[in-house]
Structures are given as C-alpha cells and as structure tokens.
Design a protein. Sequence first.
Length: 233
Amino acid sequence: MRVSCRSPRCIDPPVSVSSSPAPHYQTPGARRADLIVHVAGLALAIGGGAALLWRAAANEALLLATCVYALGLLVMFACSAAYNFAAPARQPVLRKLDHAGIFVMIAGSYTPLLVLALSGAWRWSMIGVVWGVALFGVFAKLCLPGLGKGFWVAIYLLLGWVGMVAIKPMVAGLPTAVLWLIAAGGLIYTIGVGFYVRKSMVYNRALWHAHVLGGALAHWAAIWLCLRPLPAA
C-alpha cells in the first residue's frame, strides 16, 4: 500500500548551492590583497601614530588628544584584521568588535581637531558630545543585539556629522589645506562604500578597505599639517 503525504513536513526542501553562505573571500588572491591593505593600515596606525605623538609632544593637551587619535586608528585596523582573517566560527563576535572599532576611530579622529580648533568650554563640550555618541554606539553594538540597519545608519551619520555644530569655529581655527584634506578623506570613504556594497565583486573587501586606508591617510595628513605649539593647557 502506497502512502501519500502532501504535507510540507513530508517533503524535503531542494538543496541549492546558492543557499550556502558565501565565502568571506571569493578567491585566495582577494584574501591576499585585503591582507596587504590591512598590513599597510596597521603600519600607518603604528608608525604614523608615533610620528604624530612626536610632533605633538610640546603640549600636554594636544599630546593626549593625538594619543587618543592614534589609539582609535590602531583599534579600527586591528579589529578589522581580527574579524576579516579569523576562522568563520569566530567571525560573528569579531564582526561586532570591527563595527565598534569604527565608532572609536571616528571619535578619535575628531579629538585632536577639536583641541586644535576650539578652546575653553566649547572645546570640551564638543569632545564630550562626540565621545558620548561613540561610546553609546560601542555599547549598543556589543550589548544590544537585534537593532535594525536603520538605527546603525542613523547613529553613524550622527557621529560623522555632529562636528557640523562647530563648523564655523573649526573653519576659522584650522588652515585651509587641513580643511581640504578632511573633506578629501570623507569623499574617499564615501566612494569606498560603493565597493563595500558590491558583494559580488571579487576584490570588493580589499577595495573597500583600501578606501578606508586612503581616507585615514588623508585625515592623518590633516592632523600632521595642523599640529603646532599651543598655549600650555
């Protein structure tokens, strides 16, 4: 006797190759290219950060702000490397650290520029706002799972554009070349997003991270150019 069952539970779903998770890197060459970019980024964070600290050594407040920036840059590239080159089983947790590192880097990039361009209560209130948003972002990324993409887009945009509150004194307090470098860095980051979203592109991760490196280098150069002796803190 033949028993027929039309219930969905009785039917095994067809196995599709496309339903399998995509590999983190599509080819060994793509992985090597991204590794080279991360090595260059870590070199910038370590070597470039040390050079900035040497240049800022004459003023304690500026030295501390530059140290925060250098640490933020190192955290971003280190977390990115840990996530992208880890075993697949460890990547979900490390991905959160990677995204949290972006908050640290953005706030760290603001810090020396705010110290250089602003003064008094205006300076410290802006630093407090920037780091308040950044630390909330880190906390939310690590401890509040399930938040939608819209939330993350909003908070990244908030942190990235909060400096517009102080745009007039920053323009007045920073050299023109520095302002152009800051704008160029933001443009490079924005162009890189186009590669990040193209998941089908073989080298999309390497190209995205190369643009992150380019934007970071532009902002590093901006900080390097505008470092100058300040009155004692």
